[in-house]
Design a protein around this ligand. Structure first.
Ligand code: HEM
Length: 308
């Protein structure tokens, strides 16, 4: 049974840290939307009977975002960036959510609540209590990969020049019931590029979102869906633990974005991206973070609809 109160408390903590912004997401509040097509490669269809991985082109709705809950965040801030993809096909839809960090911050939603609460700025100083934050991180060495990925990486040059990772394991299931455990990542066809902090800051608060629009006016943006195949002993339920680099990366398909679109969320309509929205041929792992996310996203979605 999900602890519904826990998910409410996580969103309360996000709102306390970043402020409540009517109609906006509690996290990943600043975003831009694009549309395109995803076409799976034959290698994917061999591993699963999932409808979107059979090889026919399917419609893609994509939202690029800044991980912060502040809709006015500067695009040069050292923070994660998100890429949420919704694939729609006859009879269904499924979502793949990824960020620029190869690992998540915590193993459990309870620890995430603790961490996000510690990031709340003290009204007197405008800064979080760095001593307490440091003590949390010292007690949780598994958080280091995600912290380093965010703090040590220079800002993106463009949303189109980053790799986006999903830290959860999903099983691809074929017609015989054989399971292949994988993690998703979106690899940019334009290559990976970052910018020095000052250069990024000089490009202006919304430079990543402006750049996305410019690129899509001038042409298309491509990403390859890659599946990292789990080794026999790789953890399937720990999003803080990256799998070794030498694991096979299977090319599973190509996403081509063709146009920037206006935020489709208006007049009571919202589009929620949910990593647990899967279809036949895909299964979720028992990762506690993956299992918690749909509940927290619902709380955030209800609040932005003004219903909670
Ligand atoms: C317990 C852990 C987590 C919590 C509580 C959490 C919470 C949230 C919330 C509240 C939102 C806004 C949802 C909405 O209003 O529709 C969100 C968005 C998002 N989260 Fe998480 N998250 C968690 C873990 C992760 C992880 C592991 C990833 C890595 C892939 C991730 C990637 C994203 C992305 C890409 C979005 C933006 C989705 C969009 O554009 O609508 N989150 N998260």
């Amino acid at each position: 049974m999900p602890d519904d109160d826990l998910h409410e408390r996580i969103i309360d903590a996000a709102n306390a840290t970043y402020g409540s912004h009517g109609g906006r997401r509690a996290l990943h509040a600043k975003g831009s939307w694009a549309r395109g097509t995803f076409t799976a490669a034959p290698e994917a269809a061999r591993l699963t009977c999932a409808a979107h991985l059979r090889g026919e082109p399917v419609e893609a709705l994509v939202r690029f975002s800044n991980a912060s809950g502040d809709p006015e965040a500067h695009d040069a801030d050292r923070d994660g960036r998100g890429m949420a993809v919704k694939l729609r096909f006859d009879g269904g839809e499924t979502d793949i959510l990824a960020t620029t960090s190869p690992a998540f911050l915590t193993r459990t939603p309870e620890e995430f609540l603790e961490l996000i609460s510690l990031r709340r700025p003290d009204p007197a100083t405008g800064q979080p209590d760095l001593e307490k934050l440091g003590a949390f991180l010292a007690g949780h060495p598994e958080s280091q990969t995600a912290v380093q990925a965010v703090i040590m990486s220079e800002p993106l040059a463009s949303f189109a020049t980053a790799t986006y990772f999903s830290p959860h394991a999903f099983a691809l299931v074929d017609a015989e019931g054989t399971r292949t455990w994988v993690r998703y990542r979106w690899h940019p066809e334009a290559g990976e590029r970052r910018k020095p902090d000052d250069e990024a800051r000089d490009r202006g608060r919304d430079y990543l979102h402006d750049d996305l629009g410019d690129r899509l006016l001038a042409g298309t943006i491509g990403f390859e869906l890659r599946l990292q195949l789990a080794g026999a002993d790789d953890p399937l339920d720990d999003p803080t633990a990256v799998w070794p680099d030498e694991r096979e990366l299977l090319r599973a398909g190509r996403l081509e974005l063709t146009e920037l679109i206006d935020d489709p969320e208006r007049d009571g309509h919202i589009d929620v991206f949910d990593p647990a929205r899967i279809v036949d041929g895909i299964e979720l792992s028992d990762d506690p973070i993956l299992r918690a996310r749909p509940h927290a996203y619902s709380v955030s979605a209800y609040r932005r609809l003004g219903r909670a």
